[in-house]
Write a protein that binds this ligand. Structure first.
Ligand SMILES: [Zn+2]
Length: 573
């Protein structure tokens, strides 16, 4: 990767360049000065001062490992540890950088901008990125000089360091990408002077529950707030709250009966009442939960490896449903495409709320139908609930029985409490990885769904129970477990059976006409609800006719109607 590729991707092919921070030079001067001078450039367009900048091309942060207590640079081996740690943090960050440049003491990271953005928005997001990554707080002006890629760092003349482009993607971000991630709401977090020390004592967790236990129980919340949130108090039992403008000490930190450190504020005017470290950080830094956890980990040098992997599985899933299955698994697609928005939102919810199941193969998350409906911009939760049940029939997600052994006890308690307190329509889910193997199963099953004529309209416990048995129905409608299935509508059953015996096939129209002729009361609702059951009981399947089938059954109507025929006959064809 070359410097020119980088500058082209940035959208500023001939930027203002400077040597030793003060002398303006041209791009042509670079080669002759490289190796003897410090070479920088200004990524944004317009001038060398903040108020001269006219076009904001990128966000940038300078991740700098800093210096030791004697003011010396850390040895390269230590710096590589820092770089590695930061790269992992970047990989796990939902907005992937457009480019990363390696410098002697760290990384310079860019997120290119794809559309005009206001100065205010730029600064808010820039500050948020700095705060989030604990980046150098001084590097935040729109006219900031950054190191020119492909040049040598020469502050130590005897040990120059080649600053190279380690990743470059021609990827620009739009305001909607950033809005979506709520990043503008991330308020400024103070730079932590202890950062490097903390990073060098890093610890890796492989199980989410262990990490959760560690940060909520082992981490001294009072000390953490002193280190990272400018809490200056000495008395843990009574200090001035940092969540509101507190004149009298109203806050305290204490340990709960189950050993969790909690922050509490007594002031009635305070938005924050009580919560653990994650909730405190969520509140103070206005971060979504997963980013709050990530920030705590980054502050304390903790790592959680599987989480990133699971998030990637979810991200891959999103790509699969968005781009792949339309062509590769058309039946599955035809069954679920209307519910893809719901499935997508569910994935985003999952990314924020993963918890490992005891079997460690699955990860769980909990969501309320009302919340999902709101995310989808719907006023009515009923439709969303139906989408989720149907998607679960299509095996794109699984409703997890909260009573089952795979659910960690503490998690179950949490969900049960939520249910009691405010969310009746809350479910715990797991989402499988949409591997080819899984999709093949889904495709086969989608075929069965189509054959049995199951549609989301009037989709309920009885539909599934009658078509597939009560075990599957219990899975898909856990609230309706042990529901007594509605009796079969014998009228309709007999009509369909007779017509099949007479004509070897039926259509909705034929059935409706039969009802009319015999003065029976036709109900579309009953028809939709009962047909899947009747199909199963009579061993029929639902298919769309083609020319050959029309000839075979003597169908003379125009078009290619959907008909029901005996499954054996269909297979024999
Ligand atoms: Zn308070």
């Amino acid at each position: 990767m070359k410097r020119t590729d980088f500058l082209n991707a940035l959208g500023n092919a001939s930027p203002i360049c400077l040597s030793n921070h003060n002398k303006i030079i041209t791009l042509n001067d670079i080669e002759s000065l490289n190796g003897t001078h410090e070479l920088h450039y200004i990524p944004n367009l317009g001038g060398t001062k903040a108020d001269e900048i006219t076009q904001l091309k990128t966000f940038f942060i300078d991740l700098d490992s800093g210096k030791d207590k004697n003011g010396d640079y850390f040895p390269l081996s230590k710096v590589s540890e820092y770089k590695e740690q930061k790269q992992k943090q970047l990989e796990a960050f939902p907005i992937y950088p457009s480019a990363v440049i390696e410098t002697r003491n760290g990384l310079q990271v860019y997120w290119f901008i794809g559309e005009p953005i206001s100065r205010d928005s730029w600064q808010r997001i820039e500050n948020a990125l700095i705060a989030y990554f604990n980046a150098d707080i001084k590097v935040k002006s729109p006219a900031n000089q950054m190191r020119l890629p492909d040049t040598f760092w020469v502050k130590d003349k005897n040990n120059p360091f080649y600053c190279k482009i380690i990743s470059l993607h021609k990827r620009s971000y739009f305001k909607k990408d950033l809005d979506f991630l709520d990043i503008e709401k991330i308020s400024s977090i103070k730079l932590n002077p202890e950062k490097f020390k903390k990073i060098l004592t890093s610890k890796t967790f492989y199980n989410y529950q262990d990490l959760f236990d560690h940060i909520t129980k082992e981490v001294d919340l009072f000390q953490y707030l002193r280190d990272f949130y400018d809490l200056e108090a000495q008395n843990i039992n009574s200090f001035k709250c940092i969540a509101h403008n507190d004149n009298n000490p109203s806050a305290s930190v204490f340990k709960s009966k189950d050993g969790i450190w909690l922050y509490s504020c007594r002031a009635t005017s305070c938005d924050f009442k009580i919560g653990n470290i994650i909730q405190v950080v969520q509140h103070l830094s206005k971060l979504p939960r997963h980013l709050a956890i990530q920030k705590i980990c980054s502050d304390l040098g903790l790592e959680f490896t599987e989480d990133a992997e699971q998030k990637r599985i979810l991200e891959d899933n999103l790509k699969v449903i968005k781009d792949d299955i339309k062509y590769s698994h058309p039946k599955l697609y035809s069954v679920i495409y209307r519910y893809i928005p719901t499935l997508t939102v569910l994935h985003y919810l999952a990314m924020d709320n993963l918890v490992y199941a005891n079997n460690e193969d699955e990860f769980l998350f909990t969501g309320s139908t009302r919340y999902l409906a709101r995310m989808l911009g719907r006023h009515d939760k009923k439709r969303t609930g139906e989408d989720l049940s149907f998607l679960s029939l299509a095996k794109m997600l699984k409703k997890v029985d909260i009573e089952s052994d795979t659910v960690p006890g503490r998690y179950r308690d949490m969900v049960m409490r939520l249910k009691r307190e405010n969310e009746r329509y809350i479910n715990t889910y797991s989402i499988p990885a949409y591997t080819l193997e899984h999709l093949r199963k889904c495709e086969d099953f989608a075929n069965v769904i189509i054959e049995k004529g199951i549609r989301k309209i009037e989709f309920c416990y009885a539909t599934v129970a009658n078509a597939f048995g009560s075990e599957l129905a219990d899975e898909i409608f856990p609230q309706a477990k042990n529901t007594v299935c509605k009796d079969l509508d014998m009228n309709l059953y007999n009509v369909v059976e007779n017509l099949i015996a007479q004509k070897s096939y039926v259509t909705e129209k034929i059935i409706r006409e039969y009802y009319k002729e015999h003065h029976l009361l036709w109900s579309k609702k009953t028809y939709i609800r009962q047909m899947p059951i009747i199909i199963t009981k009579l061993g029929l399947i639902k298919i769309r006719t083609n020319k050959k089938l029309k000839e075979q059954y003597g169908i003379i109507s125009s078009g290619y109607p959907i008909i029901f025929i005996k499954k054996e006959t269909a297979l024999a064809n």
